[in-house]
Design a protein around this ligand. Structure first.
Ligand code: NDP
Length: 414
């Protein structure tokens, strides 16, 4: 049977990891192409992938502006791409989804669609751009797997794993993301700065008692003590997962996303925010319209450039409570990832790595037909078993541990 051709759009930190892993699992696909606007980035990634994996089928490249639906359609048709993995900017999601529907290609992404300048979008977010397109994917028996990076992505699968194998019912889900690493720069974001800086300054949306709650950013904090990375302050933050998990598991009393931030990061963020540098609304500077956030993005280090010298590890997981066989149970399903090991393997930092690996594991499952919902889904709607079996083979292991029911974190953990 003909293997499906894979098109990866986006030549940033995540795109580079996805390209490397796709080539490593090249026997699962037909041709593999990386597309982006800048030929220079494509050539650099293709050369690096070829250097690290000599003897494998080389990565093809294609220049495309993925905000232009027709250009993406041309690209899909020319390459006869059957699976399109979107790891470009979230501003490209709608054009790429519509091109996939038009050309009959399966679609995957790692982040919700965004519209430039739009902030503080009311919940539920998937209702805006993604779910209105679900019937078109279903009518054409096409797969669209949304948000299949790590968070969102693998953590959504962890919730499906909890429901399928560890708990009869779920009471609360706390998704916790701690980057215990250090890149040594004064201030930088680990992925696309505009998306990252927008999401950390917006009001926090979380799910409680059957509805969405909104609170000011960084107003809810707790201290966790996670495997490998240890004790960290984490803050409640609005995130994609809350909007799909609450649709798939609406009976869950509380669903919340927490991210670790250090005092220095929060101070710089506050100053930038107070001065208006995180706004996407253009301001006129000597007759030129400048978007402050885009200016900040241009000045900050490229996330991919942080990889060299990045030390430490990340731990991302789901702290889930519920009932099993009539008893309350609390589990933590998680993965850890070492920045140095990622750099040695693929030349990337762990945030890009933890996003690219699940995306390619999911692409392999689509290519094999092991995941084939023939409609648009979030990862928690799919069978977690094949994914969690494959993800360690692609590059990231995972574990389940029991935690104390009183909400504490054991300090004697290895
Ligand atoms: P980067 O900003 O490093 O890279 C994005 C790339 O997309 C750029 O290199 C750019 O390349 C390309 N791009 C942007 N606009 C277009 C366009 N119009 N047409 C074609 N290509 C375009 O981001 P990351 O690689 O760090 O992140 C990629 C995606 O992954 C983002 O959506 C991010 O939100 C998501 N993400 C998800 C995570 C998860 O766990 N779910 C975690 C981290 C990131 P060029 O300039 O050549 O066009």
């Amino acid at each position: 049977m003909k293997k499906p051709n894979l098109l990866i759009i986006g030549a940033g930190g995540v795109g580079a990891v996805a390209a490397y892993k796709a080539v490593q699992f090249g026997s699962e696909f037909g041709t593999i192409t990386l597309a982006s606007r800048s030929a220079g980035k494509l050539d650099a990634i293709a050369a690096d992938v070829a250097k690290r994996q000599p003897g494998r089928e080389p990565l093809k490249t294609c220049v495309v502006d993925a905000q232009q639906q027709v250009a993406v359609e041309d690209c899909i048709r020319e390459l006869d791409a059957a699976i399109v993995l979107n790891v470009a900017s979230p501003y490209c999601n709608t054009a790429i989804m519509d091109a996939c529907i038009e050309c009959g290609a399966h679609y995957m992404d790692t982040a919700l669609a965004e519209v430039e300048h739009q902030e503080f979008v009311p919940a539920p977010w998937y209702e805006n751009a993604e779910l209105p397109r679900r019937s078109a994917f279903a009518a054409n028996k096409l797969n669209a797997v949304l948000g299949i990076g790590f968070d969102p992505g693998a953590v959504n699968v962890f919730c499906a794993e909890a429901k399928k194998h560890h708990l009869d019912s779920i009471e609360s889900i706390d998704i916790i993301d701690v980057n215990g690493g250090s890149h040594g720069r004064y201030f930088a974001t680990n992925f696309a700065p505009d998306t990252n800086l927008r999401e950390v300054r917006e009001d926090v949306v979380y799910w409680e008692d059957g509805g969405f709650r909104t609170i000011p950013h960084h107003s809810r904090k707790m201290t966790v003590d996670l495997p490998v990375v240890g004790s960290h302050d984490v803050y409640s933050m609005g995130h994609d997962e809350i909007h799909s998990l609450s649709r798939v598991f609406p009976e869950t009393k509380r669903i919340e996303f927490w991210m670790g931030f250090g005092a220095h990061y929060l101070k710089v963020l506050e100053v930038l925010n107070e001065l208006g540098f995180l706004s996407s609304t253009p301001v006129e500077v000597e007759g030129v319209n400048v978007k402050p956030l885009q200016l900040v993005k241009a000045l900050l280090p490229d996330p991919a450039s942080l990889a060299e010298g990045y030390t430490g590890e990340v731990c991302i997981g789901c702290d889930i409570t519920g009932i099993k066989d009539g008893q309350r149970r609390r589990i933590f399903i998680y993965s850890t990832c070492d920045h140095v090991a990622c750099y040695e393997e693929v030349g990337s930092q762990a945030i890009s790595y933890t996003t690219g690996v699940p995306a390619i594991a999911a692409a392999v499952l689509l290519a094999r037909g092991d995941w084939n919902p023939e409609t648009m889904v979030n990862a928690e709607e799919l069978d977690p078993d094949p994914f969690l079996e494959l993800m360690p083979e692609v590059g990231i292991g995972w574990q389940v541990i029991d935690l104390p029911l009183d909400g504490s974190w054991p300090s004697d953990r290895a």
